[in-house]
Design a protein around this ligand. Structure first.
Ligand code: 7TS
Length: 419
């Protein structure tokens, strides 16, 4: 028996405090206390977010940007206040650069459609990476098919990092856009976003960042990164489903045609032509997800109060602990970088001889929620040579003892399957 692995003390302390803010974490599942290890799919919500949405519906519910009655003014002020605080959260130069969308997927489709259709020509190259989520692949496939453009990919090293040695050869003058994730939802890899943006700009390409996994877990500064667009989802960062953000540099957003037409996105409408509204409203057609936007604002306040540096520090310690503990399990393959300094709180693995779906079903019997499948990253799975994996993903409210419970459940699964 090897020496016991020390639990990270700060992580244990902070998470215990933070997890009290999440009512659902007091739940029992299948007779055991819930161990929620699926935050990369969606995070749990703190009391502050639930209350902000409840309060909106109980006290302020009205449509925004329309009426001059008290409720409409209150709703507008709450909704627009949430936008301003979200802009500060990512250090956008202006709140006008923050477009509220439903999720990362919608944000990326907006860029591919509104910017892409106006700017991509036949023969242009759209550069992606081998670790993208389907939502940062399929919108570009649609655009490429429509415009006769070509998709190219940055490959990965064996330990799950982007192979930057190939980047110079791939980043030719033909590349018009380089779209990549700041953090992989499968490997946990944290990519060097600032460097990738700089290198895209050096050949005149735009840099589009998928921040679905980065925004909830890492400090994000769009001015520091200098990215042209950044998309992320509220529901993965303690906010409600149906809330999300597309950040874009103002000059680019001003020059782009709208994505969808309808109410709120126009200044004037004549029978045969219209004038577009100012940013960000030009890209927000129709009644928005008002309560969800307000909920996202509350989530941003919650994360800001804790501090994104503190969340990252906690998750670095926890994922390091997880890597060490999973190494004790025989016949377990852990994917992605072994160095916690370039890895977010994602532990993707397979146990020899046990299908990940069976594994997820089995650990669920002990109240442990993990995800199994291709994680919407089939091209990456193909490169990894697997059809599916199991994935435990962490957030600020997870504690080392939950990883211990997972390890016990994995040993149990091996006994059940005769491993
Ligand atoms: N990009 C990345 C890197 C993601 O992890 C996800 C969601 C998305 C984009 C899409 O986000 P959505 O909010 O628009 O759906 N990832 C996952 C996951 O890993 N498990 O479930 C959803």
């Amino acid at each position: 028996m090897s020496a016991p692995i020390a639990m990270p003390a700060t992580a244990a302390f902070d998470a215990a405090k933070w997890r009290a803010d999440f009512p659902i974490l007091k739940r029992m599942v299948n007779g055991a206390p819930l161990v929620y290890l699926d935050s990369a799919a969606t995070s749990q919500k703190p009391e502050a977010v639930i209350c902000a949405m409840d309060e909106y519906y109980r006290q302020h519910n009205a449509n925004v940007h329309r009426g001059i009655h008290v409720l409409s003014e209150e709703a507008t002020s709450l909704y627009e206040g949430a936008r301003k605080r979200t802009a500060r959260f990512i250090n956008a130069a202006s709140w006008r650069e923050v477009i509220f969308v439903r999720n990362t997927t919608e944000g990326l489709n907006l860029v591919a459609q509104a910017w892409g259709r106006a700017n991509i020509q036949p023969g242009d190259v759209i550069l992606l990476t081998g670790m993208e989520h389907h939502s940062n692949i399929v919108p570009w496939q649609l655009l490429a098919a429509e415009k006769g453009a070509q998709l190219e990919f940055v490959e990965l090293t064996p330990d799950g990092l982007l192979d930057l040695t190939t980047l110079d050869a791939l980043l030719t003058e033909r590349v018009k856009v380089f779209a990549f994730t700041a953090m992989s939802n499968v490997l946990g890899t944290i990519n060097p976003t600032q460097e990738l943006v700089r290198r895209a700009h050096a050949v005149g390409a735009l840099a589009v960042v998928d921040g679905a996994q980065a925004a909830p877990h890492l400090p994000v500064d769009v001015q520091d990164w200098d990215c042209d667009f950044l998309a992320f989802s509220g529901h993965k960062m303690c906010g409600p489903t149906g809330s999300g953000v597309l950040y874009g540099k103002r000059a680019l957003l001003e020059a782009m045609p709208p994505f969808m037409g309808g109410g709120d996105m126009i200044k004037t409408v004549r029978r045969r032509e219209s004038k577009w509204n100012d940013l960000p409203h030009k890209f927000e057609a129709g009644t928005p997800a008002i309560a969800e936007g307000i909920g996202l604002g509350a989530a941003v306040d919650y994360l800001t109060a804790i501090g994104m540096d503190n969340i990252r520090r906690h998750e670095t310690e926890l994922v390091g602990y997880g890597i060490d503990r999973l190494a004790e399990v025989n016949d377990l393959t852990l994917y992605g970088p072994q160095d916690p300094s370039v890895r977010g709180g994602v532990l993707t693995f397979n146990l020899k001889g046990i299908h990940p779906h069976d594994l997820a079903t089995l650990v669920d019997q002990d109240g442990i929620a993990i995800r199994a499948g291709h994680h919407c990253a089939q091209p990456l799975m193909e490169q990894m040579g697997v059809a599916a994996t199991a994935r435990a993903s962490l957030y600020l409210y997870n504690e080392p003892h939950e990883i211990d419970k997972l390890v016990v459940a994995l040993h149990k699964a091996q006994k059940v399957f005769g491993g």
